[in-house]
Design a protein around this ligand. Structure first.
Ligand code: NDP
Ligand code: 8X3
Length: 253
């Protein structure tokens, strides 16, 4: 893209979203940072405002009415979003399907899928009208490779992958690009949210140099900063110390 960008990042209060905002701020890019924790958004805006114009937008992506209201009342200068980074999301629990919490399953679907779809559908018409734009969806390796306890979380990320490809099919030739970034284990607040236990969350990353939030922010920034004729469809990245499991066979004894 040539003209200055306006980038909206959901889930900017922590992890990948915060690092992505920081990465784009280094270019002086105009930023809208969204998430539920307004205090963290204000703090981020204070920190990044010397480098880039920034607008904090407290919202819960699950609340369609609130999202519609927030996006329709963006201040002048921020109203035309060029890049939407659909990053807000979470995993809850690691229980097998028959013991998992249905409330937690619904929260993951509402956040990772319904929220992402709502954000996209509201901002897409403006991008198509202007003939330029980019939707970056944050998927996960969990959407491709199953693991025990990944059940609904992995399924929500498979949705993100396929929704991204189907968006490409609809938007081809419109000037609006779509990328799905699919990281493996990364050391953010992700495991604390998932396990609700600081010690267990820390143990997830013990003995492993996991991806950092900056690694994922770099991948997002790289996809967005390719020339306009290049669409990066999917980026899958993992820590060197992580790979896939073999098939499991439970033998009768
Ligand atoms: P963090 O927990 O550090 O960040 C998650 C972000 O999502 C927070 O800013 C949180 O903000 C926001 N969020 C959660 N629910 C909502 C909601 N209802 N409305 C608005 N914002 C919400 O985790 P990560 O940075 O690691 O995760 C970011 C994305 O990356 C997620 O989609 C996750 O599934 C995915 N991912 C993470 C991996 C990892 O290993 N860390 C690997 C692969 C993918 P707030 O609570 O303030 O609303
Ligand atoms: C997060 C990566 O492997 O913990 O999406 O599911 S993993």
């Amino acid at each position: 893209m040539t003209a200055p960008l306006t980038v909206l990042v959901t889930g900017a209060t922590s992890g990948f979203g915060e690092a992505t905002a920081e990465r784009f701020a280094r270019d002086g890019t105009r930023l809208i940072v969204a998430g539920r924790r307004a205090d963290r958004l204000e703090e981020l805006a204070r920190r990044l405002s010397p480098h880039a114009p920034i607008h904090p937008l407290p919202l819960d992506v699950r609340d369609r009415v609130a999202v519609e209201r927030a996006l329709s009342s963006l201040p002048a200068g921020f109203a035309e979003v060029d890049v939407l980074v659909n990053n807000a999301g979470l995993a809850l629990g690691l229980e097998p399907a028959h013991r998992a919490s249905l409330d937690e399953w619904e929260q993951m679907i509402d956040t990772n899928n319904r929220g992402l779809v709502v954000m996209t559908r509201i901002l897409l018409p403006g991008m198509v009208e202007r003939g330029r734009g980019h939707v970056v969806n944050v998927g996960s390796v969990a959407g491709t490779y199953p693991y025990p306890g990944g059940n609904v979380y992995g399924a929500t990320k498979a949705f993100v992958h396929q929704f991204s490809l189907n968006l490409r099919a609809d938007l081809v030739g419109s000037g609006v690009r779509v990328t799905c970034v699919e990281p493996g284990m990364a050391d953010t607040e992700f495991s604390l949210v998932r396990l609700k236990d600081a010690e267990r969350a820390r143990a997830v990353y013990q003995g492993v140099t996991a991806l950092g939030a900056d690694d994922v922010a770099d991948a997002i920034h790289w996809a967005v900063t390719r020339p306009p004729h290049v669409n990066v469809n999917v980026i899958e990245l993992m820590a060197e110390q992580q790979a896939f499991s073999p098939f499991t066979v439970k033998r009768r004894t």
